[in-house]
Ligand binder design. Sequence first.
Ligand code: F6R
Length: 242
Amino acid sequence: MKVIIAKDYDAMCRRAADLLFAQVVLKPESVLGLATGSTPCGIYAQLVEKYNAGDIDFSRVKTVNLDEYVGLPVENDQSYRYYMNSNLFSKVNVLSDNTNLPNGLARDVSAECERYDGLIKELGGVDMQLLGIGLNGHIGFNEPNDVFDKGTHCVNLTKSTIEANARFFKSIDEVPKQAITMGIKTIMMAKKIILAINGEKKKEIAKAAIYGPVTPKVPASILQMHPDVTVVLDEAAAELIK
Ligand code: F6R
């Protein structure tokens, strides 16, 4: 794992955005694996800035997102499709047909999971996958478990994740209880991975993920086994690993 420590959140976002930027410049038809949540907001803002400056072209880029809540229509402002449209897709020249998220409204959820893995395969795999990390070590919505989950699947969100995500909803009761997520195998098949971590709250989990034992109890720890991972942290998240 390559570890980059940036001064603060903005600097962390610039470093992560630079890696995505370089990926697209070097391979304009890249398949980018994207994440939602608060961590990548500033990273997407940086990419939009580079696009507005005329430095990056998304017209041949394809995207696949990690996950989507089950049961939220895309018009719901907490759906991950809505998040991606408002933070990135509507602000750059990526073609809407080239942007992909699991369909959280699919009637047959297991068929949808199979379709999503098939789609990623058809696209030739993910060139660069951006990840955030949950307080419990989840990546995508692969929650701590006794085994590493494999392909795209439907998960029951843990109490800790529901509580963490309640900040985005009017009340905790509105937080969906399930999500469709790429599995650990799907994530590990990406050619390159960027793990972005910021904030004091994540310092323990950052240390466990980067230097702790590889265990499904800390799903992000599996990234230690991937040949090309860059972890970009701000100083607050890196406090225990400096
Ligand atoms: C979101 C995702 C999640 C988040 C994680 C951290 O697509 O896959 O794993 O990256 O929950 O979320 P934030 O960045 O809001 O702390």
